[in-house]
Design a protein around this ligand. Structure first.
Ligand SMILES: Nc1ncnc2c1ncn2[C@@H]1O[C@H](COP(=O)(O)OP(=O)(O)OP(=O)(O)O)[C@@H](O)[C@H]1O
Length: 271
């Protein structure tokens, strides 16, 4: 297999400085509906899981963190590739969109929301590279072939439309489309949701491998504690719009402190 692209060799990333700093952000649609008072730092290469029951505010928080919806309160700063500090919501919408297409990625739960269904698998992968200025057809095609291989899709499907792919393949294609441009930070919203258990397991293995090999920082929303256990270094547990507990994944899952987390963990352990 071709080597994965080495990432960020030229970056000014300082490992002991946060990539993303989140200070007291809130976005509420009603009392306890949305997210409020959320603060944390995310470091390069770190995987943060956001867990909690349905309606606790996970997706709202993710959309605020990823620059998709403006918080009513709080500040989010991102340390750019050159070491510059970017205040996410002081930037223009165009700047935020550029960030999402280049240094960031977003893996949607439903691959149809993250893929362009009307163009080939190869074109889906090549799009972000083109946005970064790669124009050479041979280079684009080779990158697409390499990435199909990285996500375990047969290379001879390169010219096929994503709608001819299975759900698991579409999700792997979406991952390739996001990772081809060597993002430093990837947001994922229930990336294994809606897939069969066996397909989920394979996708999780793939994600785990890619996250490690590419040293990606990830914020992943999941209601599945097994997914969180497998992927996340750290967890934030949300309930009714607030973070009720946060810490190292093993610590939280093996010795939950908050009664709600205890309930969440014990409900999974029960047959
Ligand atoms: N655009 C919106 N307008 C009004 N209310 C909203 C909107 N988006 C989310 N909400 C409400 O905010 C609360 C949190 O929703 P959110 O989708 O963030 O929760 P979640 O934890 O991601 O849930 P799930 O796991 O079911 O996706 C819910 O009560 C939801 O109804």
């Amino acid at each position: 297999m071709a080597a994965l692209p080495s990432i960020m060799e030229t970056t000014a990333t300082v490992p002991d400085q946060p990539l993303l700093s989140v200070e007291n952000i809130s976005r509420l649609f009603g009392p306890e509906k949305g997210c409020q008072g959320v603060s944390f730092d995310l470091y390069p290469g770190e995987v943060l899981g956001i867990v909690g029951e349905s309606g606790s505010g996970k997706s709202t928080l993710l959309s605020v963190l990823s620059g998709r919806s403006q918080p009513q309160d709080g500040v989010i700063t991102y340390r750019g590739q050159q070491g510059e500090i970017i205040d996410l919501y002081s930037s223009s919408e165009a700047e935020r969109r550029t960030l999402l297409r280049t240094e960031w990625g977003f893996v949607e739960q439903n691959p149809r929301d993250g893929l362009r269904m009307g163009v080939s698998a190869g074109a889906n992968i090549g799009e972000r590279l083109m946005a970064q200025g790669v124009r050479n057809y041979g280079v684009l095609r080779q990158e697409a072939l390499d990435w199909l291989q990285h996500v375990e899709i047969d290379a001879n499907r390169i010219d096929d439309l994503p709608r001819t792919f299975s759900g698991g393949m579409q999700q792997r294609l979406q991952i390739a489309r996001n990772l081809v441009s060597s993002p430093r930070l990837v947001f994922m919203d229930e990336p294994t949701g809606g897939l069969d258990v066996s397909v989920q397991a394979r996708l999780l293995d793939l994600l785990r491998r890619l996250v490690r090999e590419l040293d990606l920082a990830v914020v992943i929303v999941t209601h599945d504690l097994a997914v969180a256990r497998l992927l996340a270094d750290r967890l934030m547990v949300m309930r009714r719009s607030r973070v009720v507990e946060s810490g190292l994944t093993d610590q939280i899952l093996d010795d939950p402190q908050h009664p709600y987390t205890q309930l969440l963990v014990s409900s999974v352990l029960q047959p």
